[in-house]
Design a binder for this molecule. Structure first.
Ligand SMILES: C[S@@+](CC[C@H](N)C(=O)[O-])C[C@H]1O[C@@H](n2cnc3c(N)ncnc32)[C@H](O)[C@@H]1O
Length: 220
């Protein structure tokens, strides 16, 4: 299993993720299109945990639409940037620096948990404690949405997200949550020309990588 994940704190502090990639590819200034669609479609409700929120674009988007949105992120530099944006926009979004795999202090609080590209950004061996921790922080009946790279998404060897196949994803999540459905959207990334072959592009020139979007819930 690959674990050569980016050193997130250094990336947010300005180190290139890999040679020749100056911009942090996943910082879009807005939510992933697949997550924005979920929100538009009314699939997100109540108090929302944005797990591994990075610089907070999804959390801020939710707060601006009236959700009680809380971002949790391991990188202090990312949270500093998220809080700065929240102050500039006078947003009530809340941000916390914490390791999501041992999250505590939020037991039973969240009605929706959004994982926008966190799942493939953690070591495979952390998945179970992560899924248990967010289940603990969620209220009965809560809903979970995970947007994750499919295994066939191809990257340079030194940037290796832990993409999944569908059964692996269903099995990992199904040990802690009840899986409802899995669809196959894409993940948009601002990667430079030549970074990845065989991927499409959106109208903004962002590369579109194959992904899964899983929905699950906790029993009432
Ligand atoms: C690919 S980024 C996605 C950021 C954001 N969700 C987005 O959609 O732009 C993955 C994020 O997960 C964070 N992360 C990885 N492991 C984590 C952990 N154990 N606890 C909290 N955050 C973590 C990383 O620091 C990084 O910001």
């Amino acid at each position: 299993m690959s674990t050569s994940l980016p050193q997130f704190e250094s990336v947010y502090a300005g180190e290139p993720i890999t040679e020749g990639v100056e911009h942090v590819p996943w910082i879009l200034g807005e939510p992933q299109p697949a997550i924005a669609e979920l929100i538009e479609a009314g699939q997100v409700n109540g108090r929302v945990l944005d797990a591994g929120c990075g610089v907070g674009d999804t959390t801020l988007h939710l707060a601006e639409r009236g959700y009680e949105a809380v971002g949790v992120e391991a990188s202090p530099s990312a949270v500093e940037q998220a809080r700065r944006k929240a102050t500039e926009r006078k947003s009530p979004a809340e941000f916390h620096v914490a390791d999501i795999t041992t999250l505590s202090g939020f037991d039973g609080q969240f009605n929706t948990v959004i994982d926008s590209t966190l799942f493939h950004s953690m070591p495979v061996e952390s998945r179970s404690s992560y899924l248990a921790a967010i289940a603990r922080s969620a209220a009965p009946g809560a809903v979970l949405h995970i947007l994750v790279f499919r295994r066939e998404a191809v990257f340079p060897a030194d940037v290796s997200p832990n993409g999944v196949d569908e059964q692996e994803l269903r099995d990992a999540v199904g040990a802690h949550w009840r899986v409802d459905r899995v669809s196959e959207p894409t993940i948009a990334a601002r990667t430079p020309e030549g970074f990845a072959s065989g991927v499409g592009q959106d109208e903004q020139g962002r590369n579109l990588f194959p992904a899964y979007l899983l929905a699950a819930h906790l029993p009432e």
